[in-house]
Write a protein that binds this ligand. Structure first.
Ligand code: CMX
Length: 141
């Protein structure tokens, strides 16, 4: 089961420019930044000051052949994914597979801040790339 909307992921060409744009335009602040080599991204989590609700995740490609690089090529910048927080990613993945959905990975991989992630193929989820996130035990976002 889904616990919450964790974040909405937005593909951007340049992470630093996008962080500055979101700060200037909407007053969102970056609470976390990291590079995930396996996913081929530099990423930042943004929130309204003091808001512990769903975050905005900015995703910039490390390489043109990465998922974000291909997304930008095809669509330009924009919303790339919707991420749901789950308590048990193995159990949720198994339940979705039982419903006939394609999970992109056989086993969860590493996501933001030590979380474990998997994805439902957008063609099985109403045209939306759905990310499942099981947070690391000590992390609150
Ligand atoms: N949202 C909605 N639809 C999407 C999509 C997206 N993000 N990406 C691709 N699609 C659609 C395409 O438009 C295409 O549709 P048509 O066939 O109608 O043209 C179809 O899905 C293509 O599917 P595909 O050939 O199976 O796959 P792609 O090579 O386009 O790759 C995907 C898509 C989802 C499998 C790939 O992006 C992926 O593996 N994503 C998971 C990893 C990821 O996104 N990492 C970056 C974020 C890291 C993080 O969040 O930590």
């Amino acid at each position: 089961t889904v616990l919450a909307v964790d974040h909405v992921g937005i593909a951007v060409a340049d992470l630093d420019e996008a962080i500055a744009w979101y700060a200037d335009t909407f007053g969102l602040v970056a609470t976390h930044e990291e590079t995930n080599e396996e996913q081929g991204v530099r990423e930042a989590m943004l929130s309204a000051p003091g808001d512990a609700g769903a975050a905005v995740q900015l995703l910039a490609p490390l390489r043109p052949d990465s998922a974000i690089g291909k997304f930008l090529d095809r669509n330009g910048p924009g919303i790339q994914q919707m991420a749901y927080r789950v308590a048990d990613i193995e159990a949720t993945s198994a339940a979705l597979r039982d419903k006939g959905m394609r999970l992109l990975y056989d086993e969860p991989r590493r996501g933001t801040a030590g979380s474990r992630i998997n994805f439902v193929h957008p063609k099985d989820a109403g045209g939306v790339l759905v990310e499942l996130v099981e947070q690391a035990a000590t992390d609150t976002h």
